[in-house]
Design a protein around this ligand. Structure first.
Ligand code: RB5
Length: 142
């Protein structure tokens, strides 16, 4: 399983923290940047990560910006990306169970590293429920 990561300057610190956690857990990672606190544009990084997931270079993607909002909007413009901005463990579970979210978005200025780790853990361990949810996902791409 390869997980792609990308952030703007507002999410870079949280990305580093989650990257370390995922590395310790043994996941293969592709880090698409940014890697400094110099101001950059989140649409670039959201798209980069979503294209990696939609194009099959990674199975899942996690994106980070200050709020998690802008970079999730950017990711969701790429066909095949289903990026869920999650601020709780419950949202993370539902995003996988019902939406089969292949991308997760986190806000580096709004979500603590500890909570972000719990959100990532829940999102990675939860399974898609299929059935009526698959029909709805198919409609997204029509
Ligand atoms: C950057 O200052 C900030 O606007 C960005 O990280 C993000 O929060 C946008 O949605």
């Amino acid at each position: 399983m390869i997980i792609a990561l990308a952030a703007d300057h507002g999410g870079v610190e949280l990305k580093k923290y989650i990257r370390e956690y995922l590395r310790e857990e043994g996941y293969k990672l592709v880090d698409l940047g940014t890697n400094s606190d110099e101001s950059v544009d989140y649409p670039i990084y959201g798209r980069l990560c979503a294209e990696a997931v939609a194009g099959g270079k990674a199975q899942l993607g996690i994106v980070f910006c200050g709020s998690g909002i802008g970079i999730s909007i950017a990711a969701n413009r790429v066909k095949g990306a289903r990026c869920a901005l999650c601020t709780s463990v419950e949202m993370a579970k539902l995003s996988k169970q019902h939406n089969n979210a292949n991308m997760l978005s986190l806000g580096g200025r709004l979500t603590s590293p500890e909570l972000a780790k719990e959100i990532v853990k829940a999102w990675l361990s939860e399974e898609f429920q299929g059935g009526r949810h698959q029909r709805r996902i198919d409609l997204l791409d029509e």
